[in-house]
Ligand binder design. Sequence first.
Ligand SMILES: [Zn+2]
Length: 305
Amino acid sequence: MGVAFITHPDCELHDTGFGHPESAERLRAVLDYLPTTKIWDRLLRHQAPLVTKRQLCRVHDEAYVDAVMAAEPNQGRVYLDPDTSMAPHSLNAALRASGAATRGVDLVMSGEADRAFCCIRPPGHHAGIRRAMGFCLFNNVAVGVRHVQDAYGLQKVGIVDFDVHHGNGTEDVFRSDPSVFYASTFQHPFYPGTGADTRSDHIVNVPLPAGTKGPDFRSAFEDRILPALDGFAPDFLFVSAGFDAHRDDPLAQFFLLEDDFAWTTARIKDVADSHAGGRIVSVLEGGYNTSALARSIEVHLQAMQ
Ligand SMILES: [Zn+2]
């Protein structure tokens, strides 16, 4: 056993247009780099399936799912939100991205893998029940959460989101569901502007100012997120693994380094080991400096071993 690495070539076919930060080059950089590292031969490599409509509709309104499925153009580009578009092949990329999360759950629950990382795009944590937003079409992590609850009967699921942006879509999906614990660190004030005022027993948001460096980020985890997550005692853990809090990321103003992502991953794994039989499915969210993204994913995978 070991860590499953789930991706699909379709995820590179989602064309967001010239100059868009959420480009296929992100995945290409990761998939060029990882085979040169020691971790690669230890990964259990799998292809992401297409998520089913039924699996999507556990999270999203059916009318929204139908609208996205019908929106893909034969040529050109349609915008679902100012930052989020579909071009030919975008739908399959989105279906593979959510399908990866369900495959990760299946691999971990069947015992074929200890943990899984979904190296996919488009990302998901801004996608709400009935809207696309911020590069996200379907909420990949939320689809995985509902899959592990509905298909395997697990009760309590935790999500840790260390992307530099607040996962407003994920919070939207689980706001009134205390069976799902959601914790997020994010730059504030910043896009999408949500999260700082949330008051909930099962949602822990930690807004941090622009300029945040590793020590303050780690303190937020040690003081706020890890004790609450430990108290919740999840049966299964998901990670919204965005690496755009990296110092070199062009979209945000945090100063994390690879070692901070390794530390954070190791602490999340400690909680999974204590309560969830070590079971983690981590799903890629942001990360827009491609070399920083590739190196950060490498240490994330090492820490998940
Ligand atoms: Zn982000």
